[in-house]
Ligand binder design. Structure first.
Ligand code: MLT
Ligand code: MN
Ligand code: ZN
Length: 297
């Protein structure tokens, strides 16, 4: 199975249009090594021919253009089979509206996410005016065949982060996906938003061939220190990388062959290739995703 990172930054991208924090400023000016990144999304495929998008970012149009594997073949048929959602955040769902030219769209989302997209942000109600949407309910724990031996199983990711809109339902508001290649035997876990590595989540991750995990903030108080927000990373639903209970300290015991951080916020120093934080992470054998990165398991 193949996974292609379409966008590796959190909401806002890197650099973010209205931000002159040290990381954004350095990337914008090119004064330190670091690439611009688009917003959080990946594509997965069993055969490199039919692709499933996990999340649809506001950058989806440029992301598709940047990846020949997703270009249309003939007339208006494209290799895009369906879109799977991990949550209803705008950085993961605004792109649905940009896919409205599709003849039809198949959408995998939990009932909680579906309800938020209908009655909360309204994105789905609007999209349905443009193209037929076939919603397939995602049930955490149930294995869903996608195509050619590729299947996925969602798992619930508990969070105390309050929903900005939509129902206050907890169950299924955020999920991660375990992707299984029945033919090749490989497994891959995609978890772009996680607040805490609970025992149940650790069990989902354990022993997978490749984990792509929430790398929003390096420090828990990253945005507070910069004077950019009043909330910690954890309060925003994102486990920080650093610190005694951070992901860097917890992940090595899970026996994952390859760990790659995704969904980096524009303030995260690991976006700069010469940052000491980046060195610490790479010395632990972990990686920082960039747009266009491909993983084969
Ligand atoms: C998040 O991941 O916390 C949100 O996507 C932030 C946002 O809405 O930009
Ligand atoms: Mn996000
Ligand atoms: Zn910034």
């Amino acid at each position: 199975m193949w996974l292609r990172v379409l966008g590796s930054a959190a909401g806002g991208g890197s650099p973010q249009w209205n931000c002159a924090c040290p990381v954004c400023a350095a990337i914008r000016a090119g004064t330190r090594p670091g690439r611009p990144r688009t917003q959080s999304s990946v594509a997965v495929s069993a055969d490199y021919r039919r692709w499933f998008l996990i999340n649809a970012s506001p950058d989806v149009r440029t992301q598709i253009e940047a990846f020949p594997g997703l270009h249309p073949h003939v007339d208006r048929t494209t290799p895009l089979e369906a879109v799977l959602l991990t949550d209803a955040e705008l950085d993961h769902t605004l792109g649905l509206l940009l896919l409205r030219e599709a003849q039809a769209l198949r959408l995998y989302a939990t009932p909680a996410v579906h309800k938020t997209l209908c009655d909360g942000s309204g994105i789905l109600r609007t999209l349905e005016r443009y193209c037929p949407v076939e919603w397939r309910a995602v049930v955490p724990g149930a294995e869903v065949p996608l195509a050619d031996g590729l299947s996925c199983r969602a798992f619930d990711v508990p969070t105390t982060k309050r929903a900005r809109f939509g129902p206050g339902v907890d169950h299924g508001r955020v999920v991660g996906y375990r992707l299984i290649n029945e033919r090749g035997g490989g497994t891959l876990v995609y978890l772009p938003g996680v607040q805490a590595l609970t025992p149940a989540l650790r069990a989902e991750i354990e022993g997978c061939d490749c984990l792509l995990i929430d790398g929003t903030c390096w420090r828990d108080d990253e945005l507070v220190r910069l004077g950019l927000a009043g909330k910690t990373s954890r309060e925003m639903g994102h486990l920080p990388i650093d610190g005694p209970d951070g992901s860097l300290a917890q992940l090595p015991s899970l026996g994952v062959a390859r760990t790659i951080f995704v969904h980096m916020n524009n303030t995260n120093p690991i976006l700069l290739e010469d940052a000491p934080e980046r060195r610490i992470l790479e010395d632990s054998g972990m990686e920082v995703a960039m747009d266009g990165l491909e993983v084969k398991v």
